[in-house]
Write a protein that binds this ligand. Structure first.
Ligand SMILES: [Fe+2]
Length: 290
């Protein structure tokens, strides 16, 4: 089983590279670490590579995802392990400025997946610009064959299923965060949203003020989700992709215990992974949500 530790970056296609770079730098507060005519690589203010914007016009904005595996992992052995499991893959060099080697494959939805072991933090100047999230926390997707895709992520890549709604969605994790990947059943595959974690509710409040001051209104939230229990708000980037900002997501600190860190809003005590009823509202605080 592959030991994936965390989400690295996501790659989004754009026909408006300059406008997207402006949104993710001046409003979201990421820093550009590489820029060419073709693409821009952006990192958090802590130096973690988190977003690649590529000039392209595919049907979905989501081009790729990267994940970090255990830092002492042998990539050649990993590639062999994947091939034995029937997964075609290649070793690639310098996919991003902070990653020198990665194993590249396609998931069942056709999204490029890079697995890397070693990385470094980008040398990002200290500055206070925009929202400045802590990290890219999760990517939510619509996929044509969600059970098949979920099986790939669990059986090949070692993800665990945190919660699910039959015939609606899977919430998958690769660390203590409740979800790193959401797989929604969708007739039209594509990106549902990218989600950045902020420190706490006060930061989410500050982020909402920053967005409003830039003329970028929330299209939903703040609300507290029932599944994952994160406080979240949503807005659109310059391309109209949905962007979530969130905090207070459920944590499973010990896989052996099999339940999420106790929180006062959990209806189940303890809160364990489960199938949520189809009539569960997306919003613990109020109306159903969007
Ligand atoms: Fe989300």
């Amino acid at each position: 089983m592959i030991d994936i530790c965390r989400l690295g970056h996501t790659t989004l296609a754009t026909g408006e590279l300059d406008r997207q770079v402006d949104h993710y730098t001046n409003i979201i507060g990421l820093a550009v670490t590489e820029r060419s005519e073709r693409r821009a690589v952006l990192a958090t203010r802590e130096g973690g590579e988190t977003l690649v914007l590529e000039r392209a016009h595919p049907t979905s904005a989501l081009l790729g995802l990267s994940f970090q595996i255990a830092p002492d992992a042998n990539l050649a052995a990993l590639a062999q392990q994947l091939r034995v499991a029937g997964v075609a893959c290649d070793q690639v060099s310098d996919p991003t400025p902070c990653v020198s080697q990665a194993i590249r494959l396609l998931d069942p939805a056709g999204t490029t997946i890079d697995l890397f072991a070693d990385t470094r933090f980008a040398d990002v100047p200290r500055a206070s610009i925009g929202i400045m999230p802590l990290k890219l926390g999760h990517v939510a997707r619509l996929v044509a064959e969600a059970p098949k895709c979920a099986a790939f992520y669990t059986e090949i890549l070692g993800f665990r299923i945190s919660d699910w709604r039959n015939d609606v969605a899977y919430f998958l994790r690769c660390g203590p965060d409740h979800h790193t990947i959401n797989l929604f059943y969708g007739a039209r595959p594509g990106l549902a949203h990218v989600a950045f974690e902020v420190k706490d509710g006060a930061e989410l409040h500050r982020a909402s003020d920053i967005l409003a001051a830039r003329g970028c209104k929330l299209d939903w939230g703040p609300s507290r989700h029932n599944i994952g229990h994160n406080i979240s708000s949503y807005h659109a980037d310059a391309d109209g992709n949905r962007v979530e900002l969130y905090c207070e997501m459920d944590q499973m600190k010990s896989e052996a215990l099999g339940y999420f860190e106790p929180r006062p809003w959990h209806a189940d005590r303890p809160q364990r992974p489960k199938a949520w009823p189809l009539d569960t509202s997306k919003n613990y605080w109020g109306s159903w949500g969007t």
